[in-house]
Design a protein around this ligand. Structure first.
Ligand SMILES: *Cc1c(COP(=O)(O)O)cnc(C)c1O
Length: 387
């Protein structure tokens, strides 16, 4: 995040200091309830597998419409658990966008499988279905890897093009796993992220739209068999009695304290989501004139973990708005296929839409406690910087 040193300028204009994400304002609101919930954990002493875990899993299933939910230690653990449960591993190709956080690629590589990078759609910044089709065909033709899975990412909270990807996955016999780490709260044709794919991983990292006070994640399923395997894998691959090892697993559990925090935050989540959408609408209305805000797929509504847009002279615009006290972030300046750890997997010819977005994109403050005046101020700062 940039611009922190210059926040006083915005403060002087009478609208208060603008935060990129304001966890403190949220905490002031829920502090008493969180303390009560944490005290309950201290009192019962079941720090692992306390009653909060099942309560949270039920609440998340109810909220999303998923058949089952397994609370996990992180979003990365959630992705790995879902892949291991389907036997994804060495010799398998897993198709992922390169315009995402490194965890999407790390999860694939840690199973022994190989990520195959797919380009994005220039308007939605999410995996491009036509390019996915091509890369599956190329992978089959090369004959070295077996196409096994596809992991679309709900970038910035906007659901990926699930109808098109599900059709390809069915035709090509691929496991469709959604990386909804940023997607919680998003919807498509009336269904929620968590229930848009056979399996969905999400993250409750503190800065995500629904965040714990530490690391946490979850994986959502439309299938009851998956759930049983996931609960085993997250507990060292043990059986229902948590004794004998029946498969390979690891410690991928969420702890009771994190579940307690999340339960308290879920109570205000829908109200916060409505505020995010109001703020995004205010941004869209003004900034569509001067930049290219992220578009949603047909039928989709974003959960707005982040509000991102493309402009021609990104670094100049970012410097100008930072200078007047508007903090920004650039997700992602370097796409995965250009990072040292993954460069050996870069496709020939690169990924043109991904590389263009990486040059043009930036994110503006997005949290439910931004005031309309602050959003106005931010929009004016961007307009001035672009002109
Ligand atoms: C945050 C994030 C993850 C990883 O989640 P953690 O809880 O930090 O492990 C995975 N994928 C994407 C797209 C993310 O943004």
């Amino acid at each position: 995040m940039n611009g922190v040193a210059n926040l006083s300028l915005a403060a002087e204009s009478g609208i208060g200091k603008i935060a990129f994400i304001d966890l403190k304002a949220q905490q002031r609101r829920i502090r008493a309830g969180v303390e009560k919930r944490l005290q309950d954990v201290l009192d019962h002493g079941r720090y692992i597998a306390g009653p909060e875990i099942e309560e949270l899993e039920e609440r998340l299933a109810l909220r999303t419409g998923a058949r089952g939910v397994a609370a996990c230690s992180s979003g990365t653990a959630a992705l790995i658990i879902a892949l291991l449960a389907r036997g994804v591993g060495s010799g398998d190709a897993v198709f992922i966008p390169a315009f995402t956080y490194n965890a999407t690629a790390n999860a694939v590589l840690l199973t022994g499988a190989t990520p195959v990078f797919v380009d994005i759609d220039a308007a939605t910044f999410n995996i491009d279905a036509a390019d996915l089709d091509q890369r599956i065909a190329q992978t089959r033709a090369a004959g070295e890897l077996t196409p096994r899975a596809v992991i679309p990412v709900d970038l910035f909270g906007a659901p990926a093009n699930y109808p098109a990807i599900a059709e390809i996955a069915a035709r090509e016999d691929l496991f469709l796993l959604a990386d909804g780490a940023q997607g919680f709260g998003g919807e498509m044709n009336g269904a929620c992220v968590g229930n848009l794919a056979p399996a969905t991983a999400t993250s409750f990292f503190p800065g995500k739209a629904l965040g714990a006070y530490g690391d946490a994640g979850a994986v959502f399923t439309q299938d009851a068999d998956d759930l049983e395997r996931w609960k085993s894998i997250r507990w060292h691959g043990t059986d229902g009695a948590r004794k004998d090892s029946v498969r390979i697993g690891f410690n991928g559990r969420m702890d009771s304290f994190q579940a307690a925090v999340l339960l308290e935050k879920l109570d205000i989540y829908d109200e916060e989501l409505a505020a995010r959408r109001r703020i995004a609408a205010q941004y869209d209305e003004r900034l569509s004139q001067v930049g290219r805000p992220q578009q949603c797929e047909a039928g989709a509504i974003s959960g707005y973990s982040y509000y991102s847009l493309c402009v021609d002279d990104r670094d100049h615009v970012v410097a100008k708005v930072n200078a007047v006290g508007v903090p920004t972030a650039v997700y992602y300046k370097t796409p995965l296929h250009q990072m040292p750890a993954f460069a050996h997997l870069a496709p020939q010819g690169g990924l043109p839409a991904t590389e263009k977005a990486a040059r043009e994109i930036f994110s503006l403050p997005m949290h439910p406690y931004l005031t309309p005046d602050q959003v106005d101020y931010i929009c004016s700062a961007v307009e001035t910087a672009v002109r």
